[in-house]
Structures are given as C-alpha cells and as structure tokens.
Design a protein around this ligand. Structure first.
Ligand code: WQD
Length: 329
C-alpha cells in the first residue's frame, strides 16, 4: 500500500518519511512547500506540490498513487500567529483537513493518522497529562487540533477508517542535518540563536511553581516521534486490513519533565558556549508544567522513546553548526 504523507517536506514530516521508507513502506509526499524543502526528501520519494485545500489536486494524488493510508502533518503551527490570524489557522488546519477527509473517504482510504499536539490540553493542572485529561486549548492553533481530532474520529467511525491522533509534546533534535528544524520559534533554536550572537539565552520567567521556578516541558526527539508514526501506521493498516474500526489517541512524549533552566544548562554544556542565561518576564500563556504520561502508547504500540535530551541538543547543534555527527539511530 502507499502512504501519503502531507507536509512530508517539513521538519517533522521529513523525519516521518525517513522512518517509514527505511522500514520498507511505500510513501508519496504532498506538500505546498510554504515551509517545506524538497531537499529533505530521499531520492525516489514522489513529491506532489500543492495544497490540501485543492480538492481536484488531492483527488488526483490519491488516485494516481493508489493511496490507502494518510499521515496528515500539513498545517500551520505557530501559536502566536494563530492568535493574530485565527481565520488563516481555521482555513489551513480545519478546512484543509475537511477537504482531505472528504477526498480520503471518497477514495477508499483505510487508515488516517493525524498530527495533533499537547496544546490541546492548554494549562493542565496535573503531574502527568494522560489522554483522558480534558482538552482546554488556549489558542486558535490548539483549537484547530481539538476540532481536527473530532473530525478525524467522526469520519473514521462513519466511513470505517482506522484513525490515530498523535499528540506531540515538545519536539527537538534531528536524525540528519539535512532534515533539521530551520525555524527559530522553539526553545532550543532560540537559545542557539542567542548563543550565535554572543548573547545570554533568555528564560521567560523563573517564578513558576516548579522546582527551579522555570517552566517544565516534555521534550521528545524527532526521530523517536517519527518512529511512533511508523508504529501507529502499521497498527492502523493491520486493523483496517481486518475491517476493524480503530481510533487511537496517543500522547507522544517521554514522560519526563525538564525545566527551561536545565535545558539551557545542557545546551551550554553540549555546545561549549557557556553564557549564563538571563531571566526576563514571563511569556503570556505559558503553562508552568506540561509532561506526558507516555503509558498508553507504550501499552498500545509497544513504543517508547530511545533518545534523551542531550542527544536532541547535540544533534540539533551539529546540524546548526554544520558539524558532522553520527546521525541518531
Ligand atoms: C518551551 C519553554 C518557554 C524560548 C509550543 C506550542 C506547542 C508545540 C510546541 C506545536 C516555555 C521557554 C522558550 C526562550 C524560554 N507546538 N522559553 N526562552 O511553548 O512549550 O510549546 O511549541 O506544534 O503546541 O505551544 O514550546 O519551545 O516555545 O517553549 O524560556 O528563548 O521554553 O517560555 O516555557 P512551548 P517552546
């Protein structure tokens, strides 16, 4: 069967392409290249350039590649931008998903994986966030992920499609410098940018109710995240093959909290750029602590993360500086 990976030329999508092709799955990529880069795709993987909003285009791609499963990552993902431009996010993330689901149902696609996010939980007031923790998103971006999950589950149920909604926690690292994150909107690349300029890394607030006062997150290596997609895709295909309806909703994290200060200290150590951080005001909307319970995915799929935070930082730094390192396994 062929898997269509939307957003497959992006940072996370290209890691999913790598995991799935290396495991012997046949894939095709749909990407509008608004933030993706075809150089991230291995030779032999077909790229269909266009938008999920374009129904005739999506219909043609599903037909020509005889697609039986979809991994849908193509979406807008900047929380702050979604507050400024909510309609853009509703169109790209919700209408885009609707068009894709309509086309998928019409084309007999049997398995559908949806890229969701820990941002569905908002400010969870719990030590470990389980998949049953109520969804209370704080931004239009998070809202599009909650609504997207509803759409995916309901469509799966109505059309006999096996579905999975994968809720990513804080993704970092790279399996290969070519696939690296080129954005600077998350902690690790933002710290690198400050160090490049010889400036102090910034800590957005150290008066949170956490052990060292800085926010705690659950960081996950993108190579591990990609492997979780492979495991979920195979499970869906197996269930769909038996005609079984399935809807998996799974956190993808390590179940381990790391504070901003700990992350920055580790970046200083790994990079050798030892500039003490500077504490500045809190960033509005940041929850104090968001750490996954990674139990359900381990039970359901036998998947657990293999890479630690040091490996995320080292691989990202090597890609950033052009150093040659052992790619993450
Ligand atoms: C992590 C922590 C910052 C930069 C967001 C989205 C989430 C997901 C991932 C999805 C926070 C602090 C950061 C800096 C700092 N997106 N920080 N100094 O906000 O946890 O999650 O990205 O697609 O949905 O909400 O990630 O990397 O921005 O921040 O102190 O220079 O680092 O305040 O506590 P976040 P992040």
């Amino acid at each position: 069967m062929t898997w269509l990976i939307t957003g497959g030329a992006g940072y996370i999508g290209s890691h999913v392409v790598k995991s799935m092709t290396e495991a012997g799955e046949r894939v095709a990529v749909l990407d509008d290249l608004s933030s993706g880069d075809p150089a991230r795709l291995p030779a032999g993987v077909p790229l269909e350039r266009g938008s999920v909003l374009d129904r005739p285009f999506v219909d043609r791609v599903l037909r020509e590649h005889a697609v039986r499963g979809i991994v849908h990552l193509a979406a807008k993902k900047a929380v702050g931008e979604s507050v400024e431009r909510p309609l853009l996010y509703y169109r790209e993330n919700i209408t885009g998903l609707q068009v894709l689901l309509e086309a998928a149902a019409g084309a007999g696609v049997r398995s559908f994986l949806f890229s969701s996010s820990a941002s569905v939980y908002g400010m969870p007031d719990t030590e470990l966030v389980t998949e049953d923790t109520p969804c209370a998103p704080l931004s239009p971006y998070g809202e599009t992920k909650v609504a997207g999950e509803w759409m995916v589950r309901a469509t799966g149920r109505a059309h006999g499609m096996a579905t999975a909604c994968l809720r990513y926690f804080n993704v970092a690292g790279t399996a290969d410098p070519v696939l690296a994150d080129t954005g600077v909107s998350n902690l690790v690349p933002m710290v690198f940018q400050r160090l490049d300029a010889g400036a102090a890394p910034l800590i957005f607030g150290d008066d949170y109710p956490t052990p060292d006062g800085t926010c705690v997150r659950d960081y996950i290596h993108v190579a591990d995240l990609a492997d979780a997609h492979l495991a979920a895709a195979r499970r869906l295909a197996e269930r769909a093959g038996k005609g079984e309806y399935t809807d998996l909703t799974l956190n993808i994290g390590r179940g381990e909290g790391v504070s901003v200060r700990e992350m920055i200290d580790l970046v200083r150590e790994v990079t050798g750029r030892d500039i003490a951080p500077e504490v500045v005001a809190r960033r509005p909307g940041d929850p104090a602590k968001v750490v996954a319970s990674a139990e359900r995915i381990s039970t359901e799929l036998g998947w657990t993360a293999r890479h630690d935070v040091r490996s995320m930082i080292a691989s990202a730094w090597a890609a950033h500086t052009g150093t040659v390192v052992q790619p993450a396994e």
